[in-house]
Design a protein around this ligand. Structure first.
Ligand SMILES: [Zn+2]
Length: 436
């Protein structure tokens, strides 16, 4: 790890403050100094540092994807994800992880793996330096109950203990499965509380699990100091998650006033990541995947989008942290198009573009369980940085464009090296040259 001085940058610090011209010094894995330079004068000594003249590009914190499935393989069905053999699946996950980083997602929260240990092995490989990838929190498989989302089994036929999800019935089976995933080393336990419109017989506004089962999952997980995240689209499932102490609520489409009050009362503790891509894409662009507009409406996607837009707009107004990310890795919303979520937040959740940036950076740092170390361009923070050609606040679509993403740094190391730099420095020591 070296020292880098970014000069001539617009600093978009992730706090919500407007961008300002300045310089940023990175030493080791931290941002050691940040200075404004309205006059254009060099504020910081550059001796010993590689100077990167960014020619007015924007320097912002790396983004966090709050609901990632590295093991989803861009298939159009859950079955299509599940049947990938473990060998190919492991390589796929390694490929996906590297590309997330290159697309500016320096942190990702795993929201369920398609096989029991896929999330754990990729997290460990990244942390040990074996493979490049974002900071990563590893999830369990989706834990579900018979007949709900994640249960792809035909129970009258012999099937493996875990299929797409891990199917449990009753608190004791829940205890065993949760303990198994904790033993494997997950950071979070994922439980499916509500149905989902992808299943005609278990739509989004239905709730499948019992209080006793959720209580057991939370109790066992908390005992080990880990986190519970939930798939909760229905109103009752949102309330159930809050009653029992889950920290990350995925979707939260059908929140009524009581649910909104409960969310607000716990807003310092919880995160909501709606994952709007599935709803929006299947409703408006689902035809090639067998979801005609009429079929998508019949399945309830139009109703859910209206409800989700109402619920999420109210949550944002009440100061509940709503984060981007969600269910990319299906055919209709392939991996690495995740920055679409920022545009969805403006369109459907009543956020300003700046608020979407804060959701992706400052709130992103907070969901990663690292205190306030991550997600801001401020002195003392960890050096996860993006150098962006242009102003993402003026045009959020820039964040979808690989060519506009000039550099990606995680933990003080370049994973995408900037081409703009002072001529005398030569090439930079990026990951592929420093790692063993
Ligand atoms: Zn998901």
């Amino acid at each position: 790890m070296g020292s880098y001085l970014f000069t001539n940058v617009r600093i978009l610090d992730g706090s919500g403050a407007p961008a300002y011209p300045g310089e940023v010094l990175v030493q080791g894995n931290r941002i050691s100094r940040v200075g404004g330079s309205g006059t254009g004068a060099r504020l910081m000594p550059s001796s010993g540092a590689v100077v990167i003249d960014a020619a007015g590009a924007t320097l912002m914190p790396g983004m966090t994807e709050a609901h990632t499935h590295f093991s989803w393989n861009n298939a159009a069905t859950l079955d299509g994800i599940q049947v990938m053999p473990p060998e190919e699946h492991t390589l796929w996950v390694a490929h996906v992880a590297r590309k997330y980083l290159e697309h500016g997602w320096t942190s990702c929260v795993g929201a369920a793996a398609a096989k029991p240990r896929l999330d754990i092995v990729i997290r460990n490989a990244i942390n040990s330096g074996m493979l490049p990838g974002p900071r990563y929190l590893a999830a369990s498989q989706e834990i579900t109950v018979l007949g709900n989302l994640g249960d792809e089994s035909l129970p009258h036929i012999q099937y493996p203990e875990y299929n797409f999800g891990a199917v449990v019935n009753g608190p004791e089976e829940m205890r065993k499965v949760v303990r198994t995933f904790l033993k494997y080393g997950v950071d979070s336990i994922k439980v499916n509380l509500s149905g989902d419109n992808i299943l005609p017989d278990a739509p989004a506004n239905t709730t499948w699990i019992t209080d006793e089962e959720v209580a057991m999952a939370v109790k066992e997980t908390k005992m080990r100091g880990k986190r519970v995240s939930v798939h909760a689209r229905s109103c009752e499932s949102i309330k159930m998650a809050l009653r029992h102490g889950a920290e990350v609520i995925y979707h939260a489409s059908y929140a009524d006033e009581e649910a909104l009050d409960m969310l607000e009362a716990q807003k310092h503790r919880i995160f909501v990541a709606p994952g709007l891509s599935v709803i929006v894409k299947l409703l408006y662009e689902g035809e090639p995947y067998g979801f005609s507009p009429q079929r998508a409406r019949e399945l309830g996607y139009e109703d859910e989008l209206e409800a989700a837009s109402r619920s999420l707009t109210a949550m944002h107004r009440r100061g509940i942290r709503v984060l981007p990310g969600g269910d990319y890795g299906f055919a209709w919303a392939p991996h690495w198009t995740n920055a679409m979520d920022l545009q969805y937040f403006v369109k459907y959740c009543g956020m300003t573009p700046m608020e979407t940036i804060v959701a992706a950076t400052r709130f992103g740092g907070q969901i990663m369980m690292m205190g306030n170390d991550l997600g801001l361009v401020q002195e003392g923070r960890l050096a996860d940085l993006l150098l962006v050609d242009g102003d993402p606040v003026a045009d959020l679509s820039i964040l979808l464009d690989q060519k506009r993403l000039l550099a990606v740094m995680k933990d003080g190391v370049f994973y995408k090296e900037p081409a703009i730099r002072s001529a005398r420095t030569g090439s930079l020591p990026g990951w592929n040259r420093t790692a063993a």
